[in-house]
Design a protein around this ligand. Structure first.
Ligand SMILES: Cc1ncc(COP(=O)(O)O)c(C=O)c1O
Length: 378
């Protein structure tokens, strides 16, 4: 079976993790934590990084830092992982949904303004499958209405967005550079992995302090076992940070390999008319975290059908996200009654992603493409 993802770990990881074992620094203190935080923040052009135990809690901490009142609203795409909605709900807020752009599958920024109310606290853009959200209009809206941005860059390590594309001083900025607070996941299928892991980035020293405190049970610095706020144990270990730092050292290579995978897939699959392939807007440099494909609507075929036929040929796939408005657990809470998001609904049913991990080689990629041709061109 060619798996959807296999991580690629190297000698440097072994060296750094061995150092942790040799020196005994295996818990949430140690040199790798601070170095990983500093260097990942710097890579994304941010001042502060707060490493946490996964991407879901990174979002939860980031939303908590906004000081939500019960009923405060956060606007997000319906087409995303449930972590985004959970982060808001756990903080007493209400997720408010927006449909996707049919080309990039990221939040349709033209539909955000209509969803802003007096209760809106923040917007949560999610860079889906490694393609950046069109951030300029979103940042303008946030600015105009005094809203925070919780940027979910969990799938977009190293992706770039051309900021100010209509102005003479346009510049490329990395995903993770845009949020009041920006969040990453370092799960095993991400461009950088610490097994499990996440990080919150910000430029605001107060928010960074708040995130650090929440991550560590809200111990008071001056009086350790005394607590004025409810915190969490969301700490990352030095062992995990050692893995992350090792991979960060070869980030350019990692991004280049992801882009190579996408380029080869596109070159070999573009003749299949019934398949929509990932796009890259002129203002975007995608990292193609996962190479998603969507069956054309008129085929009437769904992704389960394609997954089954590819699976029979030894090719592992994953379905696309099911929109938040279609999640039973959220609907049971009375959310999203009668809400419809046609783009998200269609791509959820007709989209899946192909093996895209960093360990994928040319031979496997050709095997995947041959199987897709076989299934769809008969
Ligand atoms: C867009 C997005 N946000 C958040 C997360 C949550 O990250 P984690 O799995 O590390 O909790 C993921 C996870 O894969 C994700 O894809």
């Amino acid at each position: 079976m060619i798996l959807v993802n296999e991580p690629k770990l190297g000698e440097r990881e072994l060296e750094y993790v061995s150092e942790c074992l040799r020196t005994g620094w295996i818990s949430s203190a140690g040199r790798f934590i601070e170095e990983f935080e500093e260097r990942w923040a710097a890579y994304c052009g941010r001042r502060y990084g707060v490493a946490v135990s996964n991407g879901t809690v990174a979002l939860q901490v980031a939303v908590a830092c906004l000081g939500m009142e019960p009923g405060d609203e956060v606007i997000m795409p319906t087409f995303t992982i449930i972590s985004c909605a959970l982060a808001v709900i756990y903080n007493g807020g209400v997720p408010v949904l927006v449909d996707s752009d049919p080309g990039t599958w990221t939040i349709d920024v033209n539909q955000i303004a209509d969803r802003i109310t007096p209760r809106t606290k923040a917007i949560m853009p999610v860079h889906i499958y490694g393609h950046p959200v069109d951030m300029d209009p979103l940042l303008d809206l946030a600015d105009k209405h005094g809203l925070a941005i919780i940027e979910d860059a969990a799938e977009a390590h190293g992706a770039e967005y051309l900021s100010g594309r209509y102005s003479p001083d346009s510049r490329w900025r990395r995903c993770g550079n845009f949020g009041t607070l920006s969040c990453f996941s370092f799960y095993a299928n991400k461009l950088i992995t610490t097994g499990e892991g996440g990080m919150v980035l910000t430029d605001d020293p107060k928010l960074a302090g708040e995130a650090r405190s929440l991550r560590n049970l809200c111990f008071l610095p001056e009086r350790r076992f005394y607590h004025e706020e409810l915190g969490y144990n969301f700490r990352m270990t030095n062992l995990q940070a050692a893995l992350g730092l090792a991979q960060l050292e070869r980030m350019d290579e990692i991004v280049a390999h992801k882009r190579w995978i996408a380029q080869e897939y596109t070159r070999r699959l573009k003749d299949i008319e019934v398949l929509q392939l990932p796009v890259e807007e002129l203002w975007a440099r995608s990292v193609y975290w996962m190479y998603g494909v969507v069956l054309a609507e008129e085929t009437g075929l769904d992704a389960d059908w394609l997954a089954e036929h590819l699976g029979g040929r030894g090719i592992d796939t994953r379905p696309f996200f099911l929109g938040m408005h279609e999640q039973p657990v959220l609907r049971k809470r009375g959310l999203f009654n009668n809400e419809r998001y046609p783009v998200a609904e269609r791509i959820a049913r007709q989209g899946l992603y192909l093996p895209s991990g960093l360990a994928l080689n040319m031979e496997q990629l050709i095997q995947v493409c041959d199987a897709v041709h076989e299934v769809l061109k008969k």
